[in-house]
Write a protein that binds this ligand. Structure first.
Ligand code: CUA
Length: 135
């Protein structure tokens, strides 16, 4: 912090400290300054490509999902995300902020044929961007 004048320095610090201590202010700043990372996903019978998406907690993400054949769904129950992916070229954009570390199952939420129930993916949220060690 480099105040421009001594007078400024005396008046400002309390306000600055309050802002820094306010979690919502920090989150707001992060979202304002970081463009979302776009991840393209193709839904087609009976898989998502890629099936596994790895992100970092707090990262701004925008999924761009489109169908490779007929109608599918894209659902991450734990994040209350559920979108229909229509037939054709239309891209469904799904913005969200990567949640707490963990694994979040992705499922197809529209019946799309015999192996609909096998059409699954996984969102993996890591605590940091450091490469994960193999288990
Ligand atoms: Cu794809 Cu159900």
């Amino acid at each position: 912090m480099r105040p421009t004048t001594p007078g400024f320095a005396h008046r400002v610090p309390l306000l600055v400290v309050l802002l820094l201590l306010t979690p919502s202010a920090q989150t707001f700043t992060a979202q304002e300054t970081t463009a979302p990372r776009r991840i393209e996903i193709v839904a087609r019978r009976f898989a998502f490509e890629p099936a596994r998406i790895t992100v970092v907690t707090g990262e701004a993400i925008e999924l761009e999902v489109h169908s490779g054949d007929g109608v599918h769904g894209f659902e991450i129950k734990k994040l209350k995300i559920k979108e229909q992916i229509p037939r054709g070229e239309m891209v469904v954009r799904i913005p969200f902020t990567a949640p707490a570390p963990g694994t979040y199952p992705i499922a197809c939420s529209e019946y799309c044929g015999a192996n609909h129930d096998d059409m699954k993916g996984m969102l993996v949220v890591q605590a940091t961007s450091a490469p994960a060690s193999e288990p």
